[in-house]
Design a protein around this ligand. Sequence first.
Ligand SMILES: *Cc1c(COP(=O)(O)O)cnc(C)c1O
Length: 388
Amino acid sequence: MKDYDPTKHQFETNAIHAGQPPDPATGAIAFPIYQTSTYVQEGIGGHKGFEYSRTANPTRCALEECLASLEGAKYGLCFASGMAATSNVMTLLKAGDHVVCSDDLYGGTPRVFNRVYADYGIEFTYVDTSFTDRIEAAIKPNTKMVFIETPTNPMLKITEIRAVATLTKRKNLILVVDNTFASPFLQRPLDLGADIVVHSTTKYINGHADSVGGAVLTSNEKYHERMKYCQNAAGGIMGPFDAFLTMRGVKTLALRMERQCDNAMNLAVYLETHPKVEKVIYPGLESFPQHKIAERQMRLFGGMISFVIKGGLDSAKKMLANTPVFGLAESLGGVESLIQHPALMTHASVPKEVRDANGISDGLIRVSAGIEAYEDLKRALDTGFSHV
Ligand SMILES: *Cc1c(COP(=O)(O)O)cnc(C)c1O
């Protein structure tokens, strides 16, 4: 792997090789877990680029380089969770700055914005960012950043990244995209004009539901320098073992995503014809209002499906209690299929009026398609429906 240049290779190849040459000491093909806090120096200041593992650790650095290559970024930073990654991006702001955000971001994001960073004098406004003119209307003289998520959770609303990037460039604002739901295999926001990408690697990137982590990717040197400084200063780093797991997980991202998108598409079509289903929300369906935009900016339509079951809460509870194979659980993006009830689970802390306004009704069920055999997944849902 001498002189491996990620810019000369495709996604699937970089997922396996970028940032991780064979170990020069032994030839080990699996990148070692450098489970160490410090590094012995040959003399004072005579180190090999590593002094202390909060600042830099070889396993974390390898993953950072790999993930940067997958998003087409120059720089990557990895954190202890997706929320630590988002918090690190906030270090680009100062008291008095204003951020325009999507109105149905992952629940933890408005929680940290409104309950933590608002106390430090940063202001947040939430709009439906699928309408670029609503973002523009919300911009104030002190606006510094636009923070979007696409597709959103659980309504899978799509924001056209290129259109928003045209606006943020004209207004000199930082555009941040939480790309967790799509993963870089389906959507590359930096190619579409965004400045910074945030990930919860907990989901598709690691993909095996055995690690919590986050990443920030950018090609902007000034932003990267500040965020790297704050990664070391504030210290919410990803540990070496999680970096190893995530590096191992991401090697199969393309294969997993293809299978998950395939399973999701087939399940969506099946659900759309089911007599006990009122409505299916999946960007790959012709009936999805923003299907054309999704088609333009995503390679495939993702592994997440939401649907409304007839009969509301009562039916939803019966179905969830009787569906085999699918894990009844929050989170998403792993190889195992999951099913959950947003109104009672992931979005329970959202006030009912807001849930209703956003379409999160009591009959809404969210599915994260895994990589199991489609026939088994379909049969499992059939079993669930038969109890309704
Ligand atoms: C899970 C998630 C996060 C938060 O990530 P953690 O790793 O749980 O801290 C942020 N954004 C999205 C879209 C998520 O799904």
